[in-house]
Design a binder for this molecule. Sequence first.
Ligand code: ATP
Ligand code: MG
Ligand code: MG
Length: 349
Amino acid sequence: NSDLILYVNMELVNEKSYRRYIVEEILGQGTFGQVAKCRDVETDNYVAVKVIKNQPAFYQQSLTEVSLLSTLNRTFDPHDEHHIVRMLDFFACKNHLCISFEMLGQNLYELLRQNGLRGLQMKLVRSFSKQILDALIVTKGAGIIHCDLKPENILVTQNAKTDTEVKVIDFGSACMEGKTIYSYIQSRYYRSPEVILGYPYTTAIDMWSFGCIVAEMYIGIPLFLGASEYDVLRRMIEIVGVQPPDDLLREAKNTKKFFKHVGSIYPGNEGHDSIGSPYRMLTEEEVEARESQKPKVGRWYFPRRRLDSLISGYPWKNLEEGNLPETEKADCLALVDFLRGLIEFDPNK
Ligand code: ATP
Ligand code: MG
Ligand code: MG
């Protein structure tokens, strides 16, 4: 990576950028810092400036955001055709690394919330999905894993043709495939099974998060809503209908946190464990019993609640009950089929 950073520094450092932006309002806040709407005094255009927290770790990690995004923009999407945010400049100001981006609109989570969390029209789900997928194909082609795909990191904007466009932002947690350093990545609802289970990960983890986002766009709330990784994994198994493949469970580092090794065959499965697997997911009681033995460090102890009531309105439920009008039924079936390809436990598939 250091070669890449050097390359970026030499090509992009712009001394004139100092004091070039006037802050007008705060657009958003994240783990890494704040994003401000600013006026570029030279061009009189609005830009979004991400002001990174002035701590060395954030500074370093954000240089990776700069280098990976500039490579993506210039080498893999030179004509801005693939729905990836454009980085305009970067500079340091009072020990804060600052990155300026093209100004985009609200994020997908805000849009869903505005819509009363009831989901978007199929037409928009289809159009947004296609655009995000386009961005992911390019990202994967560059050997880059985004590592933090979620509705907050998808921004909506109006393009010249007045079509609603979406763009993928926030490469602040991204890394190169094959150079994965961190194990605690992705936001919980969008976290892939291999990351939860502690198995070597690839660009396939972005495809998992993408599946979660597609479902959420349609149903309005996260598909794998859960107050802990255990809850999220449990929901995954419920929805997919089988548990992760045995090979993955055998090799993953965290399997013991969630599963019990029950020998070669587990006969009394409860409908969600695949028959014949040597692994059985721990029951909630077993997890609780185990947790009550551990010192209760605030950060790791999550109150667990039943979320079933929230999911009773899922479209597939309506689908089963035949409640949908004929036109939307075909679309829903196609959507579920598409989702089955994305929400797949085996990363190789
Ligand atoms: P995270 O906690 O997801 O890691 P972060 O600290 O890396 O967040 P960003 O995701 O880059 O920060 O930005 C935070 C928020 O600021 C976004 O969710 C979005 O609402 C807003 N924002 C970011 N970039 C832009 C932009 N180019 N135009 C408009 N709003 C933006
Ligand atoms: Mg973000
Ligand atoms: Mg980020």
